[in-house]
Design a protein around this ligand. Structure first.
Ligand code: UDP
Length: 331
């Protein structure tokens, strides 16, 4: 029997991290999961705890990481990922994207591991090019409320390329566009859990601005497949992974109203500062290099996600403490 490949996943208790844990366990890897549980939740990975090929470290990746034994791969997915999270914990957001990635790259160098880092469509900021391809350098406000996330992720890409070019570390960079699915935090403030949570609690749906801004939503299983393919490819420059099926936020609210059958209405609130007006990935590179394209239609993915949120307890449903929209809109 061949020895299992060993993979470290940071942010393992988060939305994407936990789905990555499931995927790599299923594919026969030994998974070393790491999370400091600031925004991640043990509930997302507790079904894996009984497995011998799964271990969990409650550790902040911004501090020195020690992992005994050999390591074949590192996936750096630790980071707050919702705009209201960056406002609540801006320093941690900056640290995990800078000190955290530095530790991951240092560990990769020491172990001879291949490292894949989670970057984001936020590196394009409020884009002047549409759709966004990987050659676009972006339009980011470094001192705005989103700057702590956007600039940390841009730094993360730069240091990753430097470790590749200077130290010869095998690196991969995925630019992730809006993704949704089971295990998103209902109260993380992002638009999909916000709308579904509001519908389930019998509240009106809050559309920010006039709702003409667009996003393109990718179902989590599609995203995970794209990440696995990128990890196994030999391409070191950034690759967009997302679903180009673009929709305005106003139309999205209508979709959620239909899906949930709520008789609540849409109410309009002020648009947060630096909220990107349009976002859609150009995925030509992923198609060509990885043979990857999203497969799950939004109607199907939304239904699965709605069923997940519906299965939550009343307590979880009522935990709305975290999303304070007034704080989100800063001038
Ligand atoms: N949004 C909204 N109502 C909400 C939450 C978000 O209209 O209750 C909008 C937000 O202003 C943005 C879009 O939905 O234009 C997506 O926001 P999200 O926080 O999900 O992620 P982003 O893509 O901005 O990082």
């Amino acid at each position: 029997m061949t020895e299992r490949k060993r993979i470290l996943i940071t942010g393992a208790a988060g939305f994407l991290g936990s789905h990555l844990c499931d995927r790599f366990i299923r594919d026969g890897y030994h998974v070393i999961a790491m999370d400091n549980l600031i925004t991640g939740r043990l509930k997302n990975i507790e079904h894996l705890f009984h497995l011998e090929q799964f271990e969990f470290y409650n550790h902040d990746v911004s501090k020195f990481i020690h992992v005994p034994g050999k390591l074949d791969y590192i996936l750096h997915f630790a980071s707050p990922a919702s705009p209201i999270d960056y406002l609540k914990i801006p320093i941690q957001t900056l640290k995990v994207g800078s000190l955290g990635v530095h530790n991951c790259l240092g560990l990769a160098k020491a172990k001879g591991a291949r490292v894949l880092i989670a970057s984001t469509s936020e590196v394009y900021g409020d884009p002047n090019v549409h759709p966004q391809n990987e050659d676009y350098w972006g339009n980011v406000n470094p001192v705005g409320p989103r700057g702590v996330y956007d600039e940390a992720k841009r730094f993360q890409e730069a240091i990753t390329m430097a470790y590749h070019n200077f130290h010869g570390v095998e690196t991969r960079i995925v630019r992730i566009f809006n993704t949704y699915g089971p295990r998103m935090r209902l109260n993380d403030g992002r638009v999909l859990p916000a709308f579904i949570g509001q519908a389930l609690r019998g509240e009106d749906l809050t559309v920010f601005g006039d709702g003409s801004q667009t996003r393109s939503f990718c179902y989590v299983d599609d995203l995970i497949e794209g990440i696995v393919r990128l990890l196994n490819s030999d391409y070191t420059y950034p690759v967009n992974v997302g679903n180009p099926d673009e929709i305005t936020i106003a139309d999205f609210a209508e979709e959620i109203i239909k899906l949930t059958g709520t008789d609540q209405k849409v109410i309009y609130k002020e648009l947060p500062v630096d909220d990107p007006k349009q976002r859609r990935p150009d995925i030509a590179r992923a198609i060509e290099l990885l043979g990857w394209e999203p497969k799950v239609h939004r109607s199907e993915g939304l239904k699965i996600t709605y069923d997940y949120f519906r299965s939550l307890s009343q307590d979880e449903l009522m935990q709305t403490d975290h999303y304070n929209f007034d704080k989100y809109i800063i001038r």
